[in-house]
Ligand binder design. Structure first.
Ligand code: 13P
Ligand code: ZN
Length: 269
């Protein structure tokens, strides 16, 4: 069967963005082996052909019920698939799924029967939250940024808002473009529904969720914006580490400088 992208330039454009970001994740060193995953809500790009496609899998249980997702379509990285392969051949290393009307199952509809990421519970929970909030966000990203993950191996950094304040104070952009900061999700089993639930609780308060000793989850209007959130936080982490490597503890921006930014950019406290 032909690729679902063939006569659907709008969907092809979304998948192209995913492939571009997958390449960045590999280049950054954040995507060892199959590390990390991406999902995008492509319901708006689902044309008649996609909607008319017969499923190419049995109904598969999500493990939880997500009432806002009935009939929605998602492009998902495949489980055990590499980001560096997703970058070059997205439709062989990911698939489009449709959520069933019972909101508890999904079917794979295109192009190939590639099983979606093992973190689907977290991804779909993030999409449920984005739709419920009406913020118009469409993309969810989970990745393994080296320096940010390393920081979670140090208990003092796991206390509430310690990392957020440290990262904000390294460079004005992080304060401005990640205004709600980085929340910490205490270690939980990868792929679990408990991890998914803790993630969305964290994202009620913060822009990005940090899974202790594992990776981050970010959301955005599209996959570029989700990537940017992680990239600015990671940049701050690198500045902190560079300073420590030069033998000093970085001063950080002063409370006055931070306050000035808050006013100029109209940022939340
Ligand atoms: P998948 O290959 O199933 O997407 O898993 C990668 C990962 O990072 C799990 O946390
Ligand atoms: Zn992971």
């Amino acid at each position: 069967m032909n690729s679902i992208l063939e006569n659907n330039p709008a969907l092809a454009a979304e998948i192209e963005k995913v492939a571009e970001v997958a390449g960045y994740l590999w280049q950054k060193g954040w995507a060892e082996r199959n590390g990390g995953n991406i999902t995008v809500n492509v319901t708006d790009q689902a044309d008649e052909e996609l909607r008319g496609r017969a499923p190419i899998s049995e109904p598969i249980a999500i493990g939880t019920t997500l009432p806002h997702l009935a009939g929605r379509y998602f492009f998902c990285k495949g489980t055990n698939k590499r980001m560096r392969d997703l970058a070059r051949r997205p439709m062989e290393n990911g698939s489009v799924i449709r959520i069933a009307d019972d909101c508890a199952h999904y079917e794979i509809v295109a192009d190939n029967p590639v099983m979606p990421t093992s973190e689907l519970a977290s991804h779909l929970a993030m999409h449920e939250q984005m739709i419920a909030s009406g913020n118009g966000y469409k993309a969810a990203l989970h990745t393994h940024p080296i320096e940010l993950v390393a920081m979670t191996h140090h208990a003092p950094f796991l206390k509430k808002d310690v990392l957020t304040r440290l990262l904000w104070s390294m460079i004005p952009e992080t304060r401005a473009f990640c205004p709600k900061g980085l929340g910490i999700v205490p270690y939980r089993m990868p792929s679990s529904v408990e991890l998914a639930e803790a993630t969305i609780r964290c994202l009620e308060e913060y822009d990005v969720a940090m899974w202790e000793k594992h990776g981050v989850c970010a959301v955005g209007p599209d996959i570029f914006e989700a990537f940017d959130q992680v990239d600015v936080l990671s940049k701050s982490a690198l500045i902190y580490i560079a300073a420590r490597n030069m033998g000093f503890v970085p001063e950080g921006m002063s409370a006055e400088q931070m306050g000035e930014l808050r006013e100029a950019f109209n940022l939340p406290k």
